[in-house]
Design a protein around this ligand. Structure first.
Ligand code: MN
Length: 413
């Protein structure tokens, strides 16, 4: 059964500024809003009901939960919540990711909360025996950001559930699909499940519940830029979690310090940055696979400079195990009229198979460009330097083409 929940994402925009009909407009707008949220509530209720029924039928099963390769707080907290819900239905869950935990806040989140997530290293094949699972579940992803998906597909494991807030990526065939692109975080959707009190009732006296609520709070804050881009549903979820979470634990997670290697990358980005038309562009050279998260962190930092509204930081990330090299970049913007998704797609275009090298959402975007035949780190340092220079110039060229107003492709005023 394929069930895609299409709750309306319509928000009432009151763009009419004429003073005469302002009051009537406001009234009808709030009635409309209520109708929308009532319908959304009905759909949520029926989803929770269906999930509860499906879980009851699966008592004694074991589920494999997959999240994206480089898990973020939204994915991690959602997976943990699902695991707790399942426990209530006598279903065991193992949570796996295929890449690394690289942001210091994510490492702190997992360590401080004791969250049960595991890395599945494809090189050493440290993964579990797939025959012990009856089904797998995708949270905060539709499978496109997990390299583990091919393994479960090859093992013909059925897909039980998908819960995600990203735009639909492809046709999904699962027992239940809860795709809500108008919600800003998967943590919000999982919190709504908890709010229904049908699947699991949170208990303030249960330390695991408190830690999980803290993780959810962190997850939904992280995906909404500290609630700045939160919609009504996200605020409602945060309000609910405020009764259960531990503010001191959250503060400890947010205080997690940056590693020296991340500081070095930020330093390189500062040194190499080139500011033009309020864009700050910095190539940071080579970095290790485990440190790839330093790139978005450097972009987060560069965008805070006076007179800069957009920062792009990129580097060549090399994976020694796989001997794979890829140019990875991150964009951060505070410019409301700049759409990161459009900008990145326009700047880098598509690969030979027609796939874009990257994309984005509000205020943030990213890209990955494989190095292919030129991959491989050699003892010959001249070769490495030349290779970096070529990629550095090419990435800059593509970006500057859009940033320079003479070309008229993007307005920078
Ligand atoms: Mn998310």
């Amino acid at each position: 059964m394929t069930n895609s929940n299409k709750a309306s994402s319509a928000t009432v925009k009151d763009s009419d500024t004429s003073a005469t009909n302002q009051s009537t407009k406001t009234v009808s707008a709030s009635v409309g809003q209520r109708a929308i949220s009532k319908r959304a509530n009905d759909e949520e209720r029926s989803l929770v009901f269906q999930l509860s029924k499906l879980l009851s039928e699966r008592s004694g099963h074991r589920h494999l939960v997959l999240i994206q390769d480089f898990p973020d707080p939204d994915a991690l907290s959602s997976a943990w919540t699902y695991r707790l819900i399942c426990k209530n239905y006598n279903i065991d869950c193992d949570i796996y990711y295929g890449g690394t935990l690289s942001h210091q806040e994510n490492i702190a989140l997992v360590r401080l909360s004791g969250m049960p997530v595991r890395r599945w290293n494809l090189q050493t094949n440290s993964g579990p025996d797939l025959s012990q699972y009856q089904a797998y579940v995708l949270l905060d992803t539709q499978g496109t950001t997990s390299q583990l998906i091919h393994l479960v597909e090859a093992a013909e494991l059925p897909l039980f559930l998908v819960v995600d807030h990203h735009a639909p990526q492809h046709e999904i065939s699962a027992s239940l699909v809860d795709l809500r692109p108008h919600i800003r975080a998967t943590a919000t959707i999982l919190t709504q499940y908890l709010q229904s009190e049908q699947l699991l009732t949170l208990d303030r006296g249960n330390s695991t519940h408190v830690k999980c609520a803290t993780a959810l709070m962190h997850g939904l804050r992280a995906d909404t830029n500290n609630l700045m881009h939160a919609a009504e549903a996200d605020f409602e979820a945060a309000a609910y979690l405020s009764n259960y979470y531990d503010p001191q634990l959250l503060a400890a997670i947010l205080r997690a310090s940056r590693s020296k290697r991340v500081m070095d990358v930020i330093e390189r980005s500062l040194r190499n940055r080139q500011v033009q038309n309020n864009f700050s562009i910095a190539g940071v050279g080579y970095l290790r696979y485990e440190d790839r998260d330093a790139i978005p962190q450097a972009a987060d930092f560069l965008v805070t400079e006076e007179n800069v509204h957009t920062a792009v930081v990129y580097g060549i990330v090399h994976d020694e195990d796989e001997e794979r090299e890829v140019v990875i970049g991150s964009l951060r913007t505070s410019k409301i009229t700049l759409d990161p998704d459009e900008f990145i797609k326009e700047a880098f275009g598509r690969d030979t198979e027609g796939r874009f090298f990257g994309g984005g959402r509000t205020t943030a975007g990213g890209f990955e460009i494989p190095i292919g035949f030129l991959s491989g780190f050699y003892e010959n340092s001249d070769y490495n330097r030349l290779k970096w220079e070529v990629f550095d110039i090419q990435v800059k060229q593509k970006l500057l083409r859009l940033i320079n107003p003479e070309d008229g492709l993007i307005s920078t005023d």
